[in-house]
Design a protein around this ligand. Sequence first.
Ligand code: ZN
Ligand code: ZN
Length: 413
Amino acid sequence: MDENEFEIMLQKYADVAVRIGLNLRSDQRLLIRAGIDDAPYIRKVTASAYKAGARFVDVQWADEQITRIRLEHADPETLSHVPDWMLPRYEEYYQRGDASLAIASSDPGLLAGIDSDRIATMRRAVLQKVSEPLRKYENLSNWCVMATAAPAWAKKVFPDLPTVEAQMALWDAIFKACRVDQPDPVQAWEGHVGRLTKYKDYLTHKQYAALHYKAPGTDLTLGLAENHQWLGAQESFKNGVTCVVNIPTEEVFTAPHKDKADGHIAASMPLNVSGVLIEDFSLTFEGGRAVKISAKKGEADLRKLLETDGSAAQLGEAALVPHSSPISRSGIMFYNTLFDENASCHIAFGNAYRNTIAGGEDMSDEEFSAKGGNKSMIHTDFMVGSAQMDIDGIYADGSREPVMRGGEWAFTV
Ligand code: ZN
Ligand code: ZN
């Protein structure tokens, strides 16, 4: 890619953000959360958004190094401080049905070496004072998460290349994964969304009572929530907009039953939890709860994560992704959940999405919980899929049929 070609690709990627990721309506306001390294891309997104009729584009810039500096030097007593304006800053947009875009390109090793108690204290404060109160708006308006090839992240993915070359290699991988290398990316996305929709409709119609996962190091029966719905590709919001909230996306996913996971499961990729890598870990579940954890690296951090609240050690998402997905075939370990989760079947600790249970958006917490939906401050995906993964669907009467064999779909739609 020469500079000219790169600029063209970046513009196409910005158009995918505005037309597919956000499906931005004219007269909508757009809130963007991005890092200072993302500026060249964000300027293109902003231009695309105004051309699409945006009323106002507000970019909230962040520098992730500032987070590390605080954790290194601030008095530990102060790490739970969150300014009062932080919540209303987002609420103004979310309440009004404005669109929002977040860029997830953080350095996977950002917080390496920082004490896990300090990280947990800061994370819990932000979850309690900002993320948790904002959850009630998650179904109101169109949002999207995507990534840029930020320098520190690129160096982690391609450690042997100089930074600028590593960034170009990562951009190339991002463009391929996000179908920006296709002659007409917007049209390619429409076809992809159509295919994923068939899989999620097939699985929703089946209403399996449970999934059984079998692979080396894994033998887990995972109950599914009552009236669960499989989602994927597109989501529809109360402001009337339907859009693709994750770019890229290859998954279909639903709500497991929070009290019905039994057996053990081994992660198939490292997990990046707010800047710390958890590696080679496995978990044992009883009655829906992780009761045993072991990890070669980052075990203390994983434990802290699962102690965030009373239901963080229970599950909130089961997602299926064929092992042959384009991101998996790239062979690249991204150390970024947005990409890695689309290379592999995964499961999430913590909160279940309301819309993965039919009518869930309008249920009280008690009703949602009675159907098996988990409610937690965290939602953290970890990868379990591989070319050795077999998954069966189990009906309420105990009969079963193959859903995946050797990591691939065992049925056709
Ligand atoms: Zn997922
Ligand atoms: Zn998830």
